[in-house]
Design a protein around this ligand. Structure first.
Ligand code: ADP
Ligand code: MG
Ligand code: ZN
Length: 487
């Protein structure tokens, strides 16, 4: 049989993301949206779908959706329509989901992502509002056979669905897009981005085609992806699988597949439903949504500097490498922490290094956010100034970092209290050098015979003797002079 080489294929990915909105109440009733409450305690006739109960649209949901639309460079349509998406499932008490279909709120936007040091535009087809379904909890015990319980707390929690065009070429690009989208939602303070609790969920559509062919291949849809790692793995697997199907003379079937995390493979779950299967029609219980310019302008005024803009600015203003910028900007509070330190200690790369290594390590160990750290931007700039003016060595700075982090003590005070001030006095250093040299005559002879890498050994010994307080630059110079001297 004629085989097509693996390299002859390329993959195409389009993503549908669901984001839970950080409103206090649900989209069509006043029940709380809080996660983790006693099952069915956040319910009322409307979100339980009881006869006669009517939906009332939550204004804040619309404002949040407008903000996202603007942040994603979409057209915010002044008129949009809610629609019923009909299907039956026990977690959907009304027998339909209120969503938007033919006239969504936001259309035709884009997101800038960074891919291999270039930026790339991923088009966003639409952003619409909808309600979430409830949640089935599957139980089984030894005494009973397995059974399922339904919790309607999540029923009618507001969601934004963000649908991309099929513009991503690799799993890596898909993950970059998702991270950027998640960052934007968090920057806007409209979604907490928590993937484990399902506040940020993604279905991935993927197909493969022969290189150079413009027509898209048949796609499959992957569900159940709740971490960036799973998304990347599932896409890698699925691309490989589709290529093999075609190589073996078969055809990819359009279907929905589930990713099994433990086995790292995808399974067919059901044939893909088509839009017409849902019998969409305009929601008769809600008027068309009409938005005036003031509403949009008010939302626009509250937009913060968004991640991509901030990245561009950080590169230009602080001359930082892409690697640093991606890490700093991925968290709005980390980015502002950085900027605060740089204001009083204007050496951006040094500040960035300390944040990316020392600070992030301590934050991770303590499992807290930058703003919760007892070591404030003022502490860090004070510490870096002590190093810069030679009061303490870099090594001592790193050694005392965890203590400042935990206690919030002023670096200056700690250094004084512990007597950690660096020895920059030549005479004092030379004295210690002499002591060390007299203790190690054999090594001195070896050095003189050409084994120059022993310099490190001698410097290390002096550091040990002075408990790390000798000024390293000065020590190195003096030690070399002493060892190379003619005495
Ligand atoms: P549906 O409503 O049936 O899910 P959509 O047209 O809304 O279909 O598309 C869903 C997602 O699938 C979009 O993100 C889109 O970019 C993506 N998509 C569509 N066709 C393909 C394809 N051939 N390969 C990969 N992704 C695709
Ligand atoms: Mg869809
Ligand atoms: Zn309710």
């Amino acid at each position: 049989m004629f085989r097509v080489k693996h390299d002859d294929f390329e993959s195409v990915i389009g993503l549908e993301v669901h984001a839970h909105l950080l409103t206090e109440s649900k989209i069509f009733c006043s029940c709380s949206t809080k996660f983790g409450a006693e099952p069915n305690s956040h319910t009322c006739p409307t979100c339980m779908g009881l006869p006669g109960a009517l939906p009332v649209l939550n204004r804040k949901v619309v404002t949040f959706a407008i903000k996202l639309g603007l942040a994603l460079n979409c057209t915010v349509n002044r008129r949009s329509i809610f629609a019923r998406k009909n299907y039956y499932y026990p977690d959907l008490p009304k027998g339909y989901q209120i969503s938007q279909y033919e006239e969504p709120l936001c259309t035709d936007g884009y997101v800038n992502i960074i891919s291999q040091n270039n930026s790339k535009i991923i088009r966003v087809k639409r952003v619409h509002m909808e309600e979430d379904a409830g949640k089935l909890v599957h139980e089984s015990t030894i005494e009973t056979s397995s059974y399922s319980l339904v919790d309607y707390n999540r029923s009618s929690v507001p969601l934004l669905e963000i649908v991309s065009e099929p513009d991503m070429a690799t799993p890596d690009e898909a993950v970059r897009y998702l991270k950027m989208l998640r960052d934007i939602l968090i920057y806007l303070e409209i979604c907490d981005g928590n993937m484990e609790e399902g506040s940020f969920r993604c279905d991935a559509n993927v197909s493969v085609k022969r290189k150079g062919v413009s027509e898209l291949g048949t796609r499959t849809e992957l569900k159940n992806l709740n971490s960036f790692k799973h998304i990347e793995k599932a896409l890698d697997y699925e691309i490989q699988r589709q290529i093999e199907v075609i190589q073996n003379g078969g055809e990819v079937v359009q279907e929905t597949r589930l990713f099994n995390v433990n086995e790292g493979i995808t399974y067919s779950m059901r044939g893909k439903e088509e839009a017409h299967d849902y019998r969409y029609f305009p929601e008769p219980d809600l008027l068309p949504l009409v938005i005036d310019n003031t509403w949009v302008e008010e939302a626009e005024k509250t937009l913060p500097e968004l991640p991509f803009k901030k990245m561009e600015r950080f590169i230009k203003q602080y001359q930082l490498p892409m690697y640093d910028v991606e890490i700093l900007v991925s968290d709005k509070s980390l980015a502002s922490y950085f900027e605060e330190v740089v204001q009083s200690f204007p050496e951006p790369k040094t500040v960035s290094n300390w944040i990316m290594t020392e600070l992030l390590r301590e934050l991770k160990d303590a499992n807290i956010s930058p703003r919760e750290a007892p070591l404030t931007p003022q502490h860090l700039s004070e510490l870096l100034s002590l190093i810069k003016d030679g009061t303490i060595s870099t090594k001592i700075g790193k050694d005392i970092f965890p203590e400042i982090f935990k206690t919030g003590i002023s670096p200056k005070r700690l250094v004084e209290e512990k007597g950690l001030i660096q020895i920059s006095d030549e005479k004092a250093i030379i004295e210690t050098i002499d002591t060390i040299i007299s203790r190690h005559p054999e090594e001195v002879a070896e050095f003189k015979a050409g084994k120059e890498k022993l310099l490190g050994f001698f410097v290390g010994q002096v550091m040990k003797e002075t408990k790390g307080k000798a000024n390293p630059k000065l020590l190195n110079e003096l030690m070399l002079k002493r060892l190379k001297g003619n005495d």
